[in-house]
Write a protein of this length. Structure first.
Length: 220
C-alpha cells in the first residue's frame, strides 16, 4: 500500500512522497517478477546476492529501497543491471508519456543512496540509454563495478579519478569538470573524488543492452 504523506505536508512535497512510494513499489514488483522468471526463491536470491532474506522481502513489497551497491548485487544475481532496474521504477511516474518524454526537475527523480553520496535516475524505461547522475564526496576507491552496457561518463563538477581494468591492464585517468571518458561494457570500473573539495558530480550514460523484461541468465 502506498505511503500517505504526513498531514500538513506542502502539496509539492506530498506529490513527491507519493511518487517515491510508487517508484519503490514498482522497483520491488520488477525484482519479484524477474526473480520468479528466473525460478528463484527469495532465499536463493538472498544467497546469490549476499543480502538478507528479510531485506529482500521488504524490498519486493516496496517497503524499503536499496543502495546502489545492494542494487548491483541484486542485478547481477538476476542477470540485469542497476540502471535497468532503476529505469523500471520510472514507469510509476504519472508524467512519463508513451512517447518516452520525461522531464526531470532539479531535485526530482528516483534517488538511491550510493557509497559517499547519491545516484539519481534521469531517463525513461522506453529509451535505449540509461542516464544516471552521481553526486559524492568519497576519496577512496570502492569495489569495481561492471555491466554489459557501454558507458559514457561526463564530469559536471569537481575532480575525479577513474580506475579501469581493461584487456591491456589497469589504467587510471584524472578528469576535471568538462572532461569525459567512455569505455566498453564489461569493463570493471570505479571512481573517487580528488582535490580540496573532495566532491564530484557525474553524469553516467549507459546503453540499455539489458532490460528488466529480458531473458538473460542469472550469474552463478
Amino acid at each position: 500500500m502506498p505511503v500517505q504523506p504526513t498531514p500538513g505536508t506542502p502539496p509539492q512535497a506530498a506529490s513527491r512522497q507519493r511518487t517515491n512510494s510508487a517508484q519503490r513499489a514498482e522497483l520491488g514488483a520488477t525484482i519479484r517478477r524477474l526473480r520468479k522468471e528466473r525460478g528463484l526463491t527469495l532465499v536463493q536470491l538472498a544467497q546469490r546476492s549476499d543480502l538478507s532474506h528479510p531485506f529482500l522481502s521488504q524490498l519486493e513489497r516496496g517497503l524499503t529501497h536499496p543502495s546502489m551497491p545492494s542494487l548491483h548485487r541484486i542485478a547481477r544475481a538476476l542477470g540485469t543491471t542497476q540502471q535497468a532496474l532503476l529505469a523500471s521504477a520510472v514507469r510509476a511516474e504519472p508524467d512519463v508519456t508513451r512517447q518516452a518524454i520525461r522531464v526531470v526537475r532539479c531535485g526530482e527523480g528516483l534517488g538511491v543512496a550510493n557509497v559517499g553520496g547519491m545516484a539519481r535516475m534521469l531517463g525513461s524505461p522506453q529509451l535505449g540509454v540509461h542516464p544516471v547522475e552521481y553526486r559524492g564526496a568519497r576519496t577512496d576507491f570502492g569495489d569495481y563495478y561492471d555491466h554489459p552496457g557501454d558507458e559514457f561518463l561526463y564530469v559536471v563538477d569537481g575532480d575525479v579519478e577513474v580506475d579501469l581494468l581493461t584487456a591491456d591492464g589497469r589504467t587510471v585517468h584524472q578528469l576535471a569538470a568538462g572532461d569525459s571518458i567512455s569505455y566498453l561494457g564489461g569493463t570493471p570500473h570505479r571512481w573517487r573524488a580528488l582535490g580540496d573539495s573532495d566532491r564530484f558530480r557525474l553524469l553516467a550514460v549507459q546503453n540499455a543492452t539489458d532490460t528488466p523484461t529480458g531473458t538473460a541468465e542469472p550469474h552463478g
